[in-house]
Write a protein of this length. Structure first.
Length: 578
């Protein structure tokens, strides 16, 4: 359809050949449609593009303005075309008339989609053509629960605490809560509030929920793409009951309010299994509750989509396919290290090798890999588990984190005895792992011979594709990007810079999702000699630079020139000497 669209707009004189070529280049670089690229550059409006397609294919044009793109709510259309199918296929049901189902679609040439809808509905299908932005907007409003949190909190505020507490114990049944798709209208206000908070958080791609009380107010915040945003909080009188509800689900002691407690529970939502980790901590004005949402349905296990540059991916996979050695990935908590290492294991996994992991906790269940969760309370530490692993005939071992001298020595011993060991460290940059490991007791000559690769990563926010706008950095900033990114200034015509704006799709943040930036260093002979002889970190960094590998900031600038993130985002996440 992309080729057809270009030809149609060229024939109609809406665009010229140069504009089409530029739009096609941008579409390829940013994995978007040519139509989106045309609109982004302002060559034509979305309405013009859609109208041109409508005329060419003789398919009626549906929009909010002409009154056609308004689904009939009394015909239970959401049961015919579920939300998941609608979002995945960019389609919205409009109405049923004379045993014919009218639907608005983005691509009227997709015969397979139309046949699927015909089979699902048992009716003849009448397609209408709609623009992407209007389709998304109508899908959101037709299926959305965006106002659920506000509605539930407002309703709860009208119920007196005594009346709420008087509701039957039957409403606190845990089994009725675990499936968020089935909310009972007879549930207590506290159950409804917890359900609404979780549903809203999941729909907004939240990683953590913070609920805490202060002297005069209650704070409810969602962490979205690394930043916290305020949401409608429950009444102060409801907080203790909400926390007790979470404790019951997590099998924690509801009577214990003096000590921190940790637990977890699993919920079902939109056919997904979602783990919720619970942390309750006593504070001055009452307990603070933090829920971490681990949505397995959104985890990215494809190494091609993590953010590696081609050379970085090649270096990492070459090291990961070695028969023995040490690989360390560094970065702060929450920077995606576990996701990267699990994606690497998924990529190199083969039935001919024995893979084992030792984690705290096990975040991703990987098929064909033996995974063990450490339990320090009973003596199953990283070091103890690793010693046991060596008697299990492993080929590849993943150790969740090297925290102490004992674990570091066990990793080194495993690598020296013919195993490949992958693990993580908390250091500021990749090469900082070397002095840290030496401080932990690794002998420099043994580390130099066994270390195969060190890497570091950070997460940067990705611009919302629906509202980002073109941006031209000032000459000084452009010069800095070229220098630090090791870029060729003659390639500037293919670079695309954008800045964040904010829209309803990204909840006003201007960003939608995150992606990793990396620095990946394979050990060269020069770097091994420095580790063996002097352990000088400055010399080690110079040798790494001479190898031609990109550091964190340089990798970040490569994301910026492709229009994935902003200059400010990279400056806030990295430093010039990284």
């Amino acid at each position: 359809m992309a080729k057809q669209l270009s030809e149609i707009l060229l024939e109609q004189g809406t665009l010229d050949a140069t504009q089409i070529k530029r739009a096609q280049l941008y579409a390829k670089q940013n994995n978007v449609s040519v139509a989106e690229a045309i609109v982004k550059f302002g060559f034509a409006s979305e309405e013009q593009v859609t109208a041109a397609l409508s005329k060419h294919f003789s398919v009626p044009y549906a929009s909010k303005e002409n009154g056609i793109l308004v689904p009939e709510r009394e015909q239970n259309l959401q049961e015919i075309i579920p939300e998941k199918f609608a979002r995945e296929n960019m389609v919205i049901p409009l109405f049923i008339e004379d045993d014919e189902l009218a639907v608005a679609v983005l691509d009227p040439t997709n015969v397979f989609l139309l046949e699927n809808i015909k089979m699902m509905s048992g009716k003849q299908v009448q397609p209408f053509l709609a623009s992407k932005s209007e389709l998304l907007s109508v899908i959101d409003s037709f299926y959305s629960n965006k106002n659920l949190l506000d509605e539930v909190m407002s309703e709860a505020a009208k119920v007196s605490p005594d009346a709420a507490n008087a509701e039957s114990d039957e409403d606190v049944d845990v089994s009725g809560f675990l499936d968020l798709d089935k909310i009972s209208p007879n549930s207590s206000q506290y159950v409804k509030q917890v359900n609404a908070i979780l549903r809203q958080a999941i729909s907004e791609r939240t990683s953590d929920i913070h609920l805490e009380m202060f002297d005069e107010r209650v704070s409810l915040r969602f962490r979205i793409d690394g930043s916290l945003y305020e949401r409608t909080p429950p009444a102060k009188e409801s907080v203790n009951a909400i926390i007790s509800r979470i404790k019951i689900l997590s099998k924690l002691d509801i009577a214990e309010k003096r000590l921190p407690q940790d637990g977890s529970f699993t919920i079902r939502y939109q056919n997904r299994s979602i783990e919720v980790r619970v942390s309750v901590c006593p504070a001055v004005y009452g307990e603070k509750l933090v829920l971490r949402i681990l949505d397995k349905g959104t985890g990215e296990m494809n190494i091609d989509k993590l953010g590696f540059e081609p050379d970085q991916k090649k270096a990492f996979l070459e090291a990961a396919n070695l028969p023995h050695g040490l690989i360390f990935l560094t970065g702060p908590t929450g920077s995606g290290k576990s996701t990267t290492l699990n994606a690497v294991l998924t990529t190199i996994r083969t039935p001919e090798l024995n893979f084992m992991t030792l984690e705290d906790p096990v975040e991703y269940k990987l098929a064909g890999i033996s995974q063990v969760q450490v339990k320090p309370a009973i003596g199953l530490t990283f070091a103890a588990g690793l010693r046991s692993f060596l008697r299990q005939d492993p080929d590849v071992i993943l150790v969740g984190e090297v925290r102490d001298n004992e674990t570091a020595e066990a990793c080194l011993k495993a690598a020296l005895t013919g195993h490949l060991v992958l693990s993580t460290l908390h250091t500021n940059d990749a090469l900082g792992a070397v002095p840290r490991l030496i401080d932990m007791g690794m002998e420099p000559f043994l580390l130099a011979s066994s270390l195969a690769l060190v890497a570091a990563q950070r997460l940067v926010r990705i611009l919302c594709p629906y509202c980002k706008v073109p941006h031209i950095p000032d000459p000084a900033m452009l010069a800095q990007i070229i220098q630090e990114g090791h870029l060729n200034p003659r390639d500037q015509n293919s670079w695309t810079f954008f800045k964040a704006v904010g829209c309803p799709k990204c909840f006003g943040t201007g960003f939608m999702g995150r992606r990793a930036i990396y620095e990946v260093y394979r050990m060269t002979e020069e770097m091994r000699n420095i580790i063996y002889k002097t352990q000088d970190l400055v010399e080690l960094k110079r040798a790494a630079n001479r190898s031609g590998a990109l550091n964190l900031r340089a990798n970040g600038w490569h994301k910026v020139i492709r229009g994935l993130t902003t200059v400010d985002e990279i400056l806030s996440i990295t430093t010039a000497d990284e």
